[in-house]
Design a protein around this ligand. Sequence first.
Ligand code: GAP
Length: 450
Amino acid sequence: MTDLMSKIVSLAKRRGFIYPSSEIYGGFGSGYDFGPLGVEMKNNIKRAWWDEMTKNHENIVGLDAAILMSPRVWQASGHLTAGFADELVECKSCHKRFKADEIQHPRLNSLTSGVCPECGGQLTEPRKFNLMMRTFVGPVEDEAAITYLRAETCQGIFMNYENVLNSMRLKIPFGIAQIGKAFRNEITTKNFIFRIREFEQMEMEWFCHPKDAKKYFEFWKKERLNWFINLGIKKENLRLREVPKEERPHYAVETVDIEYKFPFGWGELEAINNRGDFDLSNHSKYSGKDLRYFDEKTKERYFPYIIETSGGIERSFLAFLCNAYQEIKGGRTKTTKPTKEIEILLKLDKRIAPIKVAVLPLVRNKPKIVKKAKEVYQLLKPHFVCQYDELGSIGRRYRRQDEIGTIYCLTIDFESLKEDDLTIRDRDTMAQERVKIKDLIKVLKEKMEN
Ligand code: GAP
């Protein structure tokens, strides 16, 4: 792991963003749990995406489909066949398993030998390994009870395509957006929360006439890239990658990945796929239900093409963290004396930051100041995600809040008792201004929206 990644992983655990799953039992399959700050930030990412899709675009409606579906869904979708399998190689000496394409097995690249990157032992020939997670429904664990944890949320959207179309009286083009868990039995997990076995996807399936598919593919590619940029991800750390045919998922006619430059290298954040009519035509074939769209104006009956935007929440989360992480050598406040201190600033976008406001009494041994600070905290709590902190010097408390990206620190001091006001410190500029407590909610709301 790179030095920067280790620092981010350590900050995430220390400050309550992300913990290893089942840690007291030594962890579990590289699973991760989101702590109090992590869940706030994750919800903020989801909220930003949901609002973008369902409020800022015409003709997109939401859905929340079940994770467990008929196993026939996965036969029709192609996920139970070779289309959704990775090539696995195993070391004959240390028995570690690897994804073949990641360690360049000789069959894939004749220049390298089939040598284990861990112990130098000999590797087996690659064999196909399906990524679907199996489970049983009902009390008897036989073949008939097998089903799968969904590997992509969009299959729930395709299952409800006709329900949504009819109940919402929609006309093509339209979209269905969904956020939910997906599961993949990945051979190797990697790079903290970048590749895990249980993750969340935010997917939007756009149903359109085949002749318009190209146009909408271009449209959604740009929209999705801009979404990340608008939320503060640096442009230079984002790129679009045309995925060549041999790497494309089995259902895609065209794929472009939005990639982010993580500390460990460029990695896929989100996929934009033109799925053609693969899904609706296959589900029609397997289910016997005609899922073609009937255009009342033109009298045309056809399978709509699907343009998909498919992002992983954990990957966006990691990109937001990496993008925001800054170390300031010598501290943020320049003093005349040089200091060796390194201060961490998490410069998250206001919409993404988990804690919006921290309430800090200047000192904790003056009951009147503490009382007033607690009143301010109670006043703000229903409006903003807040923290109250009275431990340590004020400078130390500012640093603690900067480290988790808190946007505003409010300090209640001696003058506050006379003037019924407080200071608002801006995380990014460190500028401070005095504001009357009676105006506080209005002022903070305006600041948050700016
Ligand atoms: N429905 C299309 C689909 O699932 P994908 O490229 O396989 O496409 C979409 O996945 C997104 O889901 C990826 O861009 C990534 O953000 C996220 N994702 C996929 N596998 C993941 C994993 N093992 N761990 C974390 N995120 C993952």
